[in-house]
Design a protein around this ligand. Sequence first.
Ligand code: 5RP
Length: 295
Amino acid sequence: MADLDDIKDGKDWGRDRPADTSRFFLKGAAHHDWGMKARLAQIFRPDTGRTVMLAFDHGYFQGPTTGLERIDLTIAPLAAHTDVLMCTRGALRSTIPPEVKKPVVLRCSAGNSVLTELSNELVGVEIDDAIRLGAAAMAAQVYIGAEYEHKSIANVVKLIDTGTRYGIPTMAVTGVGKDMARDARYFGLATRIAAEIGAQFVKSYYVDEGFERITLGCPVPIVIAGGKKLPERDALEMAYRAVDQGAAGVDMGRNVFQSTDPEAMLTALAAVVHEGRTGAEAYTMFRDLERRQAA
Ligand code: 5RP
């Protein structure tokens, strides 16, 4: 067992030696079974190895968030413009038509609210319901350094164990406690722990300093959350920087559904994620689409 006082920051990140993807297009996934790989290939585009996921699971702990008051009106029409839907089973069953034929990453944790301690979650979906809904993956938070860290890790371990039995991947969402610093050290720790306990992919926030070390130090793909609403130009620039520094895409919510034009935002994000457009190029695209739709 390593002594706590002997834990130092990593140094050799192997920037010039990318992870081997010659046997399967996705980092860290070459040794999974067929069903697991098939589901990962629904979530991540095999031709780019990346994904644009639309997250609208916020209501499970914060109620009718701005932009999500009527998911049937605001989100369902966006399904055609995203690679993946990320939501709760309640939102899925009540507002998303099954005909959309988009892979679903199912929020499988519950048990908290903005009024209480966020890290105090439980597994809120049994595996048979995830299978019944045809989930492409399951998701729950790991709250590293928070009051209920141990419980949140146990939740994700349970999803990973049951998901692996049925070939369903688990995305560990690195949740941030109310008072925690959002820096590379924290997210480097949280994403690596998530991968080591067996999560097939991980969601992190982008950080301005040292994000590349987070992706290099995590042996499975990382997608970034968008966080609070930013001006569209800044959100697209953040997506560009994240992908440029090794992220396998985005799982964004507020920066899409609170945008002046969510559909244009998804199209611009796809240009960054799948076509390698810069943030500035994607913003020009966003403005053109926005103007066209307003005309
Ligand atoms: C909440 C989540 C959200 O899905 C995530 O934060 C993405 O949303 P946003 O881009 O609005 O931050 O995991 O716990």
